[in-house]
Design a protein around this ligand. Structure first.
Ligand SMILES: Nc1ncnc2c1ncn2[C@@H]1O[C@H](COP(=O)(O)OP(=O)(O)OP(=O)(O)O)[C@@H](O)[C@H]1O
Ligand SMILES: [Mg+2]
Length: 241
């Protein structure tokens, strides 16, 4: 379970995140939704201490995240970066193996895990493992980004626009594969998107943000049927995309 309470982050004159609180329950998929610049990435980055908040508190499974060294904390949290963030000079296999290597898994176990994940994500070890990211399509790169985040089977997964670089048709297909992936079903997931359809398809609950604040947090049905204000009702109708 993740709890964020009263998070604040300022950059110069911008209040990027302004008193944001939410809980992601065990096994839940909470989707952070909102327009560009509303503070989604900043919120996500604070959870694994890529960005330190100016105020507020975060716990993951009951532990204050500031009690752990950032690199130790991050080994237990899968993170899919916006624009995938693969290391260009590492092969697909090396990218996926980063956390298992930090955890000092033996070589055979790492190779088996890489093979298993590539298979689950409809890539082939023989065809793709030795390639560098630039030799892959955008959709393939995003699958590798997801494989990398899943490699050590972390209980918590943070995903920043994991399907963002894709055209609508591929996006829908990868989203379907994603929703069916057994490996994700028990994980506690916080996913960022600006796409209403995507949010409503994948979320247990949606957290709609605007200008650094939460406007409404609820199930897709609650946002649709009981919008908190005009902004929410316009947003869920797709008028901000
Ligand atoms: N490192 C930084 N330095 C200065 N300002 C920043 C920094 N990171 C974010 N900001 C500002 O904070 C605000 C929120 O940015 P953030 O990246 O969290 O938005 P977002 O909701 O993820 O947007 P997008 O959908 O475009 O990815 C923006 O106004 C942005 O310019
Ligand atoms: Mg962002």
């Amino acid at each position: 379970m993740i709890t964020a309470s009263h998070l604040v982050k300022r950059f110069d004159n911008t209040v990027a995140v302004n008193d944001v609180s939410f809980t992601v329950n065990e096994g839940e998929n909470l989707v952070l939704l909102g327009t560009s610049g509303c503070g989604k990435t900043t919120t996500l980055r604070m959870l694994n201490r890529l960005t330190e908040p100016d105020a507020g508190k975060i716990t993951i499974n009951g532990k204050d995240v500031t009690a752990l060294q950032p690199d130790i904390l991050r080994r237990g949290i899968g993170y899919v970066m916006q624009h995938n963030g693969l290391f260009p000079h590492y092969t697909v296999e090396e990218n996926i193996a980063i956390v298992p290597q930090l955890l000092q898994w033996d070589k055979k176990r790492i190779k088996e895990r890489v093979k298993e994940l590539l298979g689950k994500l409809n890539l082939s070890y023989e065809q793709h493992a030795h390639l560098f990211p630039q030799a892959l399509s955008g959709g393939q790169q995003q699958r590798v980004g997801l494989a990398r985040a899943l490699a050590a089977d972390p209980p918590v997964l943070l995903m920043d626009e994991p399907f963002g670089a894709l055209d609508p048709i591929n996006r829908q297909k990868i989203r379907k594969d994603f929703a069916e992936l057994e490996e994700l079903k028990k994980k506690t997931i916080l996913m960022v998107t600006h796409d209403v359809r995507e949010a409503f398809e994948l979320a247990d609950r949606v957290c709609l943000m605007d200008q650094g604040q939460i406007v409404q947090l609820g199930t897709p049905a609650e946002l649709r049927e009981q919008p908190a204000n005009e902004f929410v009702s316009a947003f869920v109708k797709g008028q901000y995309v």
